[in-house]
Write a protein of this length. Sequence first.
Length: 117
Amino acid sequence: MSGGSGSTPGGARQEKSPRLTPSSIVYWSRLGFAVIAAAVYNALGLGLQGVALGTLGAVGLGVLFYIVSVYFYRYVLGYGEAELKGPRKIITTGIGTYIIWLLFTIILLNTILFAHS
């Protein structure tokens, strides 16, 4: 009996590589950068400084960590236009995920750490 339907000629099966693409690495690690930025924000207690300074601190740390992530991908991992398939993909990939997770984690940690009974 030969292989079932869906097998390639010669009986060899091709398996997908479990390796992540550079775009996937950038996308998912941006989530990690957002969580780290939020943890630093709460560790420094920037949310306790009032709404205006807390917001300024969140935006400032968020932008700082995002810029660090761009340099990390470009110079440490060596990703460029060819690997990410686009001229601005190193900047735009995962930006929405980064913003949402930064806000979510800041609010969550602030609620857990500084909730007043």
